[in-house]
Design a binder for this molecule. Structure first.
Ligand code: HEM
Length: 502
């Protein structure tokens, strides 16, 4: 993860608890590093997880609360780091903002090469907004809650409630969720005595292999590293769980003396002294799987295998879903604003005939693509046809040449209509371009053309670096002049100078 994130965590601790606590956290996280985190450097994810785990132990605050608070501080840090304008233009309401969140992260990917940014998309349910969050990193959903609450409150003057309605690995079908919750609760009752120990893996011990791992596949991933993400976070939920059982010393008692929040002026979160209980009582349906230091890798791998195998035939969610509801007063204001913005009915926006010919349109928008309900390309811009010759064939399926990078969505006509206000990033499939190893990212907007029942993908090539730019320009515009190459060479040397003298 970029040091940008670690540095924000550092600031959070320094601001609220002071330098000595930060040093304690670093020591506990086994980070022997002088000075502060460099925002432009990529650090191993384990460092971030270790820091969070150590913060949970030292501050005696539950992991979820720390992550939420971190989200809030992270947002402020983004604003202070010069991203305030970009955050403001993302949308005037939380809804608009969240709909553009994916585009923001795609853009950030161009500023932070090698960033493994999360992906977001929005859907509606009974008038409320559902935010879908995709990340390859487990257990960070409470950061999203913290950021989204801060954005709504500070940028839009609106308070929002955010509820996690589906976690990664949970059955997609709600009946299945209920069934697995029942199994989980009955087996955790049954198997308390079967637990490895207070800090160990609680197995469901039912006879169905596929449900061995309960609903949290991420727990299985823990075996991959000595102290992996989930292990650290689940340990963080009650860092002293094993001692608690063995020595009858509670979490709170073990940490009271060194709990800096007791003598700091930190107002954000007060620990009730029973973080583990609080955690499990808040999520009765998802018993946290505590991992033991000696939890052996083969068991974890077996869990992962079983989960991947989906031998229970249950379709499981590959991401986290949040239900976001604005508080009453705010939604009334938002409603009024929408009403105010409504154009008068009598204005007619549509013209009778088309004003420009398809060939002129193709010249003006050389990278556009148009496709029908069967996802067959019916029209393509000049440059995109040159770069991906296959698109000029009649009835070329869009999915044969392109795949979706953002949003995280199966590309069907209906899905696109349901996510029409989103920025799309499509990438050529291997072999779609003439040179096997080349690929092209197309970024743009989907527009539904009512009259012809077609979707227009109005896009442009999205490049991640100067090499991409040179490749794209030379392929799509082979007649490009010599000056362009000269300009690229000088841009490259400028880039080297900037990276040498940041
Ligand atoms: C302009 C403002 C922002 C900047 C500069 C920024 C930057 C970053 C960076 C550098 C990372 C580390 C990713 C990596 O190194 O692979 C990150 C991660 C993350 N960002 Fe943003 N971000 C911004 C806004 C937001 C917003 C508004 C959200 C809202 C939810 C958000 C959610 C997250 C989350 C949850 C992660 C953790 C990584 C993961 O889930 O895989 N960010 N961000």
């Amino acid at each position: 993860m970029y040091g940008f994130v670690n540095y924000a965590l550092e600031l959070l601790v320094l601001k609220n608890f002071g330098l000595s606590v930060w040093e304690q956290i670093k020591k506990k996280a086994e980070i022997a590093m002088e000075g502060q985190f460099l925002v432009r450097q990529i650090y191993d994810d384990e460092i971030t997880y270790n820091l969070i785990g150590a913060a949970v132990e030292i501050l005696n605050i539950p992991a979820d609360s720390i992550l939420e608070l971190f989200g809030k501080t992270f947002f402020e840090f983004c604003q202070d780091s010069g991203f305030d304008k970009i955050l403001q233009v993302l949308g005037a309401t939380p809804r608009d903002f969240l709909q553009n969140l994916d585009a923001l992260h795609d853009h950030l990917g161009t500023l932070y090469p090698g960033m493994r940014a999360p992906s977001f998309r929005c859907t509606e349910k009974d008038g409320s907004l559902i935010l879908h969050y995709y990340s390859e990193r487990p257990g960070l959903e409470h950061i999203v809650i913290g950021i989204v609450k801060a954005v709504a409150s500070k940028l839009h003057g609106v308070e929002v409630n955010i509820e996690i309605i589906k976690r990664k690995g949970e059955p997609l079908d709600d009946d299945e969720v209920e069934r697995s919750q029942q199994i989980a609760s009955s087996s955790s009752d049954m198997n308390l005595s079967n637990a490895v120990d207070g800090d160990g893996l609680r197995e469901t011990n039912n006879n169905d292999e596929g449900k061995h791992c309960l609903s949290e596949p991420t727990s299985a991933i823990a075996g991959r590293r000595r102290r992996s993400a989930t292990e650290i976070l689940s340990k963080g939920r009650c860092p002293f769980a094993s001692q608690q059982k063995n020595s009858q010393t509670s979490c709170a008692n073990r940490t009271t003396d060194k709990n800096p929040s007791s003598d700091s002026n930190f107002e954000g979160i007060k620990n009730d002294g029973n973080s583990d209980n609080e955690f499990s009582s808040r999520r009765p349906s998802h018993p946290s799987i505590h991992l033991h230091e000696s939890f052996d890798e083969s068991k974890a791998n077996e869990c992962l295998r079983l989960w991947k195998n989906k031998s229970d035939d249950i379709e499981r969610s590959d991401h986290v879903q949040f239900l976001i509801t604005e508080t009453l007063g705010a939604s009334r204001t938002a409603q009024t604003n929408v009403e105010e913005k409504e154009p008068p009915d009598e204005v007619d926006f549509f013209c009778e005939g088309s004003l420009i010919s398809p060939s002129t349109f193709s010249k003006i928008f050389p990278f556009h693509l148009m496709f029908d309900r069967n996802m067959k390309i019916v029209q393509a811009g000049k440059s995109v046809s040159r770069v991906i010759p296959r698109v000029s064939d009649s009835d070329c399926p869009l999915l044969e040449v392109l795949e979706a990078i953002r949003p995280h969505l199966q590309l069907t006509f209906e899905n696109i209509l349901a996510h029409i206000n989103t920025i799309y990033v499509l990438q050529t499939r291997p072999g779609a371009m003439e040179k096997q190893e080349r690929y092209l990212r197309l970024k743009g907007q989907m527009l539904y053309i009512v009259e012809s029942d077609l979707i227009l993908f109005q896009c442009y090539p999205s490049v991640m670096n100067l090499n991409d730019l040179t490749e794209t320009i030379t392929v799509s515009h082979p007649d490009i002049n010599y000056n362009f190459e000269k300009q690229i060479v000088s841009l490259k040397s400028l880039q080297i100078q900037i990276s040498l003298n940041p």
